[in-house]
Design a protein around this ligand. Structure first.
Ligand code: NAD
Length: 492
């Protein structure tokens, strides 16, 4: 379905900005088709956006929380109304199947609604009376937030930042990824329109814009989702002015299948397959390595292949039979292929999974048929690195001590999952080093926006979602009014 390319703009101080240099975004299903153009903003434009956010903060910080909620609710309704159009655009620029794009918008809205319903719990000042007078505690906005987001879930990973930041009285400059800049810009435009000029600004571009957003002294907080390597340069850039930070980074999430997992449970096997291959495996919290107890390993693999062949249907994201679309970009295809080739060269068996629904698209589009890798070594790159694509290694383990050690030796710790008898699985989960561990499900299927989400170790700093996610956009301010004004131990 080729259409006229759409053009999105930067938004600075409530105005759309015309930009000379534009970056085309191709359709990963038909790379010859340009879906649209996003501006390549300059460092100067990034500075103007930061200045606009800085000036808007002066009054927005003192705005009434009821007014902020009302504005956000109007934006939510408009995004709901525009969902079919936005989902279609997201699917075309990203490559994810249409149901997956709609799902991303639904999760984003669910979170925005939660944020509206819970912000008062977080920002309402507390007053405590005690034996030494009284103390008032307020939860104040931090200032200008730079939000920098990746391509894999551009809308949900932007709204996860926009909603709490604006509702708690901060202002923002958002910079989405050039690999999926269009649909998220529509969402940002809708939200920005409901707020005073300068409260939400949008710029696009490459690392130079990112560097300005992370080093400019007027920026008080960085909310970043992306790769761990990028986060390291961001931390350095931000260190000069000691910015607050929430970092949601890479992961190498493991699924641990215990000996009491029921290999005949078809729904569980389907959930496992989805947790490996949804969005063609391009999710930070996809299960990227599966460890199965040796006593059930052979049978598990057989049943897994059956379940995978049923659920995985690769092809045109707009074909309703398709569950897995193309990979988002050429570099990612090459990277995943290199991991598979490396595993093959070391003797691993690579098994193709699923059906090809649109064979005519395979050659030109950025498609990779999903694969299962058996017989890899525990420390091969296909197991030890984040693949971020449609391939998964399954490996046997002998006992729990071994699998917990294998899990925890990773530099990452975003999410994980344990599959088996529930109480047994919980016991193993308690020993896992990760921000979230799901029982008998994994990835987005086990995500709950009401509770904090984030990584340990090099998977991140801080938490998004839940009231903790809202609170991360506030500074606690204590106003003490003591009765005893003089300290008894200080001599006259
Ligand atoms: P990336 O780190 O390459 O890019 C993320 C964003 O940072 C983009 O907008 C990019 O333009 C910008 N950027 C690049 N260099 C910069 C710099 N020097 N300073 C400031 N900004 C800069 O990540 P990606 O390839 O877009 O996304 C994939 C990665 O994101 C994976 O590692 C994945 O695990 C991770 N991710 C994590 C989560 C999570 O919640 N933990 C969620 C989704 C994706």
């Amino acid at each position: 379905m080729s259409k006229e390319p759409i053009i999105v703009h930067a938004i600075i101080d409530g105005k759309k900005v015309e930009t000379e240099n534009k970056l085309p975004r191709e359709n990963p299903t038909h790379p010859d088709e340009i879906v649209g153009y996003a501006p390549i903003n300059t460092k100067e434009e990034a500075i103007r956006a930061i200045d606009a956010a800085y000036n808007a903060f002066k009054s927005w910080a003192w705005s009434d929380v009821e007014d902020r909620i009302a504005r956000m609710k109007r934006a939510i309704q408009k995004i709901k109304d525009a969902t079919p159009e936005i989902a279609e655009l997201l699917s075309r620029e990203h490559g994810k199947a249409l149901y997956d794009a709609e799902g991303e918008i639904a999760v984003s809205l669910m979170w925005m609604e939660f944020a509206c319903d819970h912000v008062k719990n977080v920002v309402t000042p507390q007053e405590k009376k005690h034996e030494n007078g009284r103390t008032i505690i307020t939860f104040d906005p931090i200032g200008v937030v730079s939000a920098i987001t990746p391509w894999n879930y551009p809308i949900s990973l932007s709204t996860i930042k926009i909603a709490p930041a604006l509702l708690t009285g901060n202002t923002m400059v958002l910079k989405p990824s050039p690999f999926a800049p269009l649909a998220v810009s529509r969402v940002a435009e809708i939200i920005a329109d409901e707020f005073p000029p300068g409260v939400l600004n949008l710029v696009h571009g490459e690392a130079d814009v990112g560097i300005e957003l992370t080093s400019n002294e007027k920026v008080a907080k960085i909310a970043f989702t992306g790769g761990t390597k990028t986060a390291k340069s961001i931390m350095k850039a931000a260190s000069e002015t000691i910015k607050k930070m929430t970092l949601e980074l890479g992961g190498n999430d493991a699924a641990i299948v215990l000996e009491d997992f029921d290999v005949n449970d078809e729904r569980a096997l389907r959930r496992m397959v989805i947790s490996n291959f949804l969005t063609a495996g391009q999710i930070c919290m996809i299960a990227k390595r599966v460890y199965v107890h040796r006593s059930i390993y052979k049978e598990f693999v057989e049943k897994y292949i059956e379940a995978a062949n049923k659920w995985i249907r690769v092809g045109d994201p707009f074909n309703p039979d398709v569950t897995v679309g193309p990979v988002n970009n050429k570099n990612q295809v090459k990277y995943v292929q290199s991991l598979i080739e490396d595993a093959k060269s070391k003797g691993a068996e690579v098994i193709k999974l699923g059906k090809i629904i649109s064979p005519d698209l395979m050659e030109n589009g950025y498609f990779l048929q999903p694969t299962l890798v058996l017989g890899a070594d525990y420390h091969d790159p296909i197991v030890a690195e984040e693949q971020f694509g449609p391939t998964v290694p399954i490996l046997p383990f002998d006992d729990e001590e071994q699998v917990i050690a294998l899990h925890n030796e990773s530099i990452y710790g975003l999410t994980s999952s344990v599959w088996g008898e529930v109480e047994h699985a919980i016991k193993v989960a308690r020993r896992i080093e990760a921000g979230t561990t799901m029982i008998n499900t994994a990835a987005i299927q086990g995500l709950d926006v009401r509770f904090p989400f984030g990584g340990v170790k090099q998977s991140g700093v801080g938490r998004e979602y839940g009231e903790e996610g809202l609170k991360s956009y506030t500074e606690t301010h204590v106003i003490n009014i003591p009765k005893n004004l003089d300290l008894p131990y200080i001599p006259e």
